[in-house]
Design a protein around this ligand. Structure first.
Ligand code: NAG
Ligand code: NAG
Ligand code: NAG
Length: 449
């Protein structure tokens, strides 16, 4: 009986509300058409010329508009793995190759001591063989200590209440000139551990040591236009206006000014630190596949990356430290192409487990410079089904679901953004009809919840 109700219920509510978007025609919206028609193209760094540059080659400080529009991050209230400081993190690691052989530096040390130990390549020796040039892409940062018992360095540091400061967890800002007035501000968030999701109560799956997440605020002539946020292997792009804002006092050169500004707000999911624009339960970004995986966000401790961050300017392949603080760290660590955490544990390791879609412990991630920062699209990469490489910026917040959600909408909109963007509108109508008037979407939401 219950099953019958569940089966009928979604069809019923799907019959009542009309397509909430059918009265809105993006192309007739003056703001949108202005953006679509008049703004010049975004350029990749290799297309940039002296004439099309948006920024000076040597910025002497971070532009104030980047600080003013830096996203605040609400962590999950019951988060276990908080941001941490890469300087401290790496001291718990050595470098190993895929066979588990350890790299020994020319001066004999093995354990990583400073970020300068991270480089694009090494003139070093594997501990058991003769000296050679080792490419960092073949290496894995490998923990010296047991990590399955949650040592302090794996847990990180909770943002300070009130200020949002994480004293031992600097964010990383990378500024990239995209030409014709466009500037990309990439904010990177480092967490020492990614605690994977559960599938139908079993898990976690897809844990890894080291977790780099990021957001991108794209500016045109100093005005924020778009915000993209990472989630697993993908992410979501938004019109900047669509994003929720928080009133905050402005900070200029690190000092509070008596002026209130609106800062964008994103939400970091429990354990995985995938980023979303709303509170609640979010099924993973896989619109056409059945995958019962979900992330959870809520209004837990608020992290303000502006309180503590490293800043670099990217110029082609060149990485420029923006102040003495970054000069002391050097730039070589950004070019380290290996992973920031252990290689996937062997199947024979007692900590490792397998379920039909995923291992419990997988490879650590690569660093910030390996996230397609030269992108002109808002999306760094495209799923295999996305053969037309669409990356539309959403005009409405994709709402979370479930008990934590604040403005729950019953129809759900987790069928992906594809349906809304189908043109002409009659074709969208046909598609919607073919998907049982959206019932397929509802069912996907239902079972992934
Ligand atoms: C671009 O400007 C720099 C000086 O800022 C100059 O050295 C260089 O030759 C210019 N390149 C071209 C292609 O004009
Ligand atoms: C390296 O050599 C040491 C002894 O010198 C040995 O115990 C170890 O198993 C060797 N490691 C590899 C990966 O061959
Ligand atoms: C490397 O670090 C581990 C764990 O912290 C320690 O046991 C080991 O002695 C260190 N090795 C060296 C060569 O300093």
């Amino acid at each position: 009986m219950l099953l019958l109700i569940l089966l009928i219920f979604p069809s019923v509510i799907n019959c009542i509300p009309p397509d909430p978007f059918q009265d809105i025609d993006f192309l007739n919206n003056p703001e949108v058409s202005r953006q679509l028609e008049k703004l010049p193209p975004v350029l990749s760094p290799d297309q940039l010329t002296n004439e099309s540059r948006s920024l000076s080659k040597k910025l002497d400080k971070v532009p104030q508009y980047i600080i003013d529009n830096c996203p605040l991050v609400h962590m999950y209230s019951e988060e276990r793995y908080w941001p941490s400081d890469i300087n401290e993190f790496i001291t718990h690691f050595r470098l190993e190759d895929k066979d588990g052989e350890t790299v020994q530096f020319t001066d004999g040390h093995i354990n990583l001591t400073t970020l300068e130990d991270l480089r694009p390549r090494y003139d070093a020796s594997m501990i058991n063989s003769s000296s050679s040039i080792i490419e960092s892409k073949d290496l894995y940062m490998t923990a010296n200590e047991e990590f399955a018992t949650d040592p302090d360095w794996l847990v990180g540091h909770r943002p300070e209440y009130g200020t949002g400061l994480v004293k031992k967890g600097p964010a990383l800002l990378l500024i990239s000139d995209k030409g014709n007035g466009w500037v990309d501000a990439f904010w990177f968030y480092f967490y020492p551990f990614n605690w994977g999701p559960y599938i139908m109560g079993y898990g976690p799956w897809g844990n890894h040591i080291g977790d780099w997440e990021h957001s991108l605020v794209r500016f045109y002539m100093g005005e924020p236009k778009f915000l993209w946020m990472s989630a697993h292997s993908g992410g979501t792009a938004y019109q900047f206006e669509a994003i929720e804002k928080v009133r905050k006092l402005r900070r200029v050169d690190g000092k509070i000014e008596n002026k209130i500004i609106n800062r964008p707000l994103i939400f970091s999911a429990r354990g995985t630190h995938a980023n979303y624009a709303s509170v609640g339960q979010h099924s993973h970004d896989v619109p056409f596949f059945f995958m019962p995986l979900s992330d959870f966000t809520d209004r837990g401790p608020l992290w303000d990356p502006v309180m503590n961050f490293f800043a670099y300017q990217l110029d082609g392949d060149n990485v420029r430290p923006m102040s003495e603080r970054e000069e002391n760290l050097g730039t070589s660590w950004l070019s380290f192409a290996g992973t920031w955490g252990d290689k996937q544990l062997l199947g024979t390791d007692p900590r490792q487990k397998w379920c039909p879609v995923q291992w419990r412990y997988i490879d650590g991630p690569t660093g910030p410079l390996f996230k397609h920062l030269d992108r002109t699209s808002l999306c760094p990469s495209f799923k295999s089904w996305n053969i037309w490489h669409g990356c539309p910026a959403r005009h409405w917040i994709k709402k979370g679901e479930g008990l934590d959600a604040e403005k729950n909408d019953l129809v759900g909109d987790n069928c992906g953004v594809l349906l809304y963007n189908i043109r002409p509108r009659w074709l969208r109508g046909v598609m919607r009809f073919l998907m049982w008037r959206g019932t397929i979407c509802f069912f996907m939401d239902y079972f992934t919840g």
